[in-house]
Ligand binder design. Structure first.
Ligand code: G6P
Length: 367
């Protein structure tokens, strides 16, 4: 088994490093430059059917649910269809209303998560159309869906998911393109997104090259008993996934919050013992994010910003992890990568079992 590690100390480290190639596999043959659209034959949906959906509902568990939230934002932005993500584990217990003009998307690395499989079952029983965004070929969820997009991330061994999540996010970008291009998304905008998707593997490589600096930030973060991860709109699911990963393998309490909600409560907790990881992309909310970071600093809280080169921090002197810019709609894909390394190196510093964290299973196949 150790041979499979290919010289890496842990599967998680190996899987993080594999991401440039696994994203290449995800997009291979799926980008159509002539029409600025994604080719996703496995969805089994005609352009007419794609046009007929007036809502998208995404279902997954754990990290897959958070990537689903990233996907919902991409679909709303690129296709302008109302979209949201929900924890699959809750779905069937609230007697959900299944609509014929809703596209349901089940997202799962293993394709065996029982909660997600039951959600698919519930949708199908009530006549809904459900497609899968699944890694393991021929898995239970992949077989149960009406069609889907395989992630081609390759086997993922570490309990904490990394490369499969990144491919899920890229998969949502492809689905958003497909839904957008049969509606109002222009050929030029489709092409803009395609070009950006094609650049992702190289940009992920650039983030990974920053690992030594991120490892230093992680050592500092590992000393805290509790951390906040904050972000807004596109950045919020990134913060949720960052906090989740940190909790899972470093056993530190980490809580994700919308940056905008900080002042409505949790700001009361901020002092010099509670650091914050802030997601600050160079988008229309950068100024507001800066103001929130100033409020945290004014109360003695440490801040680590995950941001872009061209965000002007002015007087605010906080450590930063800088990721390359892509098209704004795709920002979450790259902003998530340093948070994987942050969690990994925090757990490494603390000496925990990175690939097999206590109390967790790679795939939860019982309710
Ligand atoms: C488990 C794992 C999580 C994972 C979730 C969904 O809880 O510990 O890391 O995100 O299942 O798994 P799936 O295989 O459906 O993506």
């Amino acid at each position: 088994e150790d041979l499979d590690l290919g010289g890496f100390p842990h599967y998680m480290a190996k899987e993080i490093q594999e991401q440039p190639e696994s994203v290449e596999r995800m997009i291979r043959g799926r980008l159509d430059d002539r029409f600025g659209v994604a080719r996703l034959d496995g969805l089994n949906l005609t352009p007419r059917e794609l046009r007929g959906f007036s809502r998208v509902k995404i279902l997954g568990c754990g990290s897959a649910y958070y990537v689903g939230q990233i996907g919902a934002t991409m679909i709303e932005e690129l296709a302008r269809i109302p979209a949201d993500a929900e924890a699959a584990s809750e779905f069937r217990y609230r007697n959900p209303i299944i609509e014929a003009d809703t596209l349901y998307i089940a997202v799962s690395q293993s394709g065996e998560t029982i909660d997600t499989a039951f959600a698919v079952e519930e949708i199908k029983r009530k006549g809904g159309r459900v497609v899968g965004l699944v890694n393991v070929v021929g898995s239970t969820i992949a077989r149960a869906c009406d069609g889907g997009v395989y992630l081609h991330a390759g086997p993922e061994i570490a309990v904490a998911s990394t490369k499969a999540l990144t491919n899920m996010a890229v998969g949502f970008a492809l689905i958003a393109l497909s839904l957008g291009r049969v509606r109002d998304l222009s050929n030029a905008d489709g092409q803009r997104i395609i070009d950006a998707i094609r650049a992702l593997p190289g940009q992920i490589k650039a983030v990974l090259d920053d690992e030594p600096a991120i490892a230093e930030h992680a050592k500092a973060a590992a000393t805290a008993k509790s951390l906040f991860f904050i972000g807004r709109v596109r950045g919020f699911p990134v913060a949720r996934e960052g906090a989740q990963k940190f909790k899972e393998i470093s056993y530190r309490h980490a809580e994700a919050y919308q940056t905008s909600e900080l002042k409505h409560g949790p700001l009361a907790l901020i002092d010099d013992s509670l650091p914050t990881v802030a997601i600050v992309p160079a988008d229309e909310l950068a100024d507001r994010n800066l103001a929130a970071m100033q409020q945290i600093r004014a109360r003695g809280g440490a801040v680590l910003a995950v941001t872009h080169e061209n965000v002007d921090f002015g007087e605010l002197d906080v450590p930063r992890i800088v990721v390359p810019r892509t098209e704004p709609e795709l920002d979450p894909i790259l902003l998530t990568i340093p948070l994987q390394l942050l969690a990994y190196h925090a757990a490494l510093t603390l000496g925990y079992d990175i690939d097999k964290p206590r109390n967790l299973a790679k795939s939860v196949t019982v309710e």
